[in-house]
Write a protein that binds this ligand. Structure first.
Ligand SMILES: [Zn+2]
Length: 289
């Protein structure tokens, strides 16, 4: 089992230590597609998966979800979260065993989901459907100083409900002078770079596990595709994710690193529980381990 760089109390202390830092922002990889953004004392979570619900659900099936990396932190300990997103309904992106304790620890938390999934998400979480904030392609909402825009995600197609609303979304979150793009589960689609370029993304958080028919689950960017998308949209830094969580659905970041290097796309490969510091002038820098 892979040990996170920082875990539990060590991670919580690191987060608390920079809470009042007025400059730049900080980002931690929480495993799979989960990231924590800290900016001026506010905290946003992208797609947290901080439980063993999938491993338990598929334990006795022909699709075992054997965990590769230890859980980074207990969601019940994250009692300072202002906003959390869910990009789509798959459990590694909409997990009742993560979001339940989070909502309990943060009664005022704003949960952002695709509008197409709002009723489903509320039912899974056992909450009032009026609770979550629904977004769609082209819509925007502001919460706790974070401006969140919905963009389509193709997992592996752009799927819309009967009212034409996207079932899978990526989010561009803007705060201060920064923009972070979390693509959700996604493969390349026509027009995607044009759609994203105007946001002048600082950090692009992109899955790299690729697609393989034998996995029998919808796939994502390959590492090289993720590197090229980041380059095409002019992202300052690309960060790979969605690997090293489940043995049947992972990839090495090597191909991402090789392509990013080849095309001159700056990148950062994080370990689970690792922090990245992003500043306005100097580019992204790492925290010393
Ligand atoms: Zn996923």
């Amino acid at each position: 089992m892979i040990r996170p760089l920082r875990q539990d109390d060590a991670l919580l202390s690191e987060i608390a230590a920079t809470r009042a830092e007025p400059e730049g922002f900080r980002l931690w990889w929480l495993g799979q597609s989960g990231f924590l953004v800290q900016w001026r004392g506010r905290h946003l979570l992208f797609d947290p998966y901080l439980s063993d619900s999938l491993t338990k659900k598929y334990a006795a099936t022909d699709k075992p979800h054997v965990r590769m990396t230890e859980r980074v932190v207990d969601p019940a300990c994250l009692d300072f979260i202002d906003v959390a997103t869910s990009s789509h309904n798959h459990t590694d992106h909409l997990d009742a065993e993560t979001l339940g304790p989070l909502l309990e620890a943060n009664p005022d938390l704003v949960l952002v989901v695709p509008e197409a999934n709002r009723a489903f998400a509320a039912e899974r979480l056992g909450i009032d459907p009026a609770g979550p904030v629904g977004l769609d392609d082209g819509a925007e909402v502001e919460a706790a100083g974070f401006r969140i825009a919905g963009v389509p995600a193709a997992h592996e197609q752009i799927e819309r409900d009967e009212r034409g609303r996207c079932r899978h979304l990526g989010y561009v979150v803007r705060f201060g002078s920064f923009a972070v793009y979390h693509s959700g589960d996604c493969v390349p689609y026509d027009g995607q770079p044009d759609r994203l370029r105007p946001f002048t993304v600082d950090v692009a958080l992109l899955p790299i596990n690729g697609r393989a028919a034998e996995r029998r689950v919808p796939g994502n960017f390959t590492g090289p595709e993720a590197a090229r998308l980041a380059h095409d949209i002019g992202a300052r830094v690309a960060v790979p994710c969605h690997y090293e969580m489940f043995e049947f659905n992972t990839a090495s970041p090597e191909a991402f690193v090789a392509e990013a290097t080849r095309i001159g796309q700056p990148f950062r490969v994080l370990r689970a529980g690792e922090r990245m510091v992003v500043t306005e002038q100097g580019g992204a820098t790492g925290a010393p381990p």
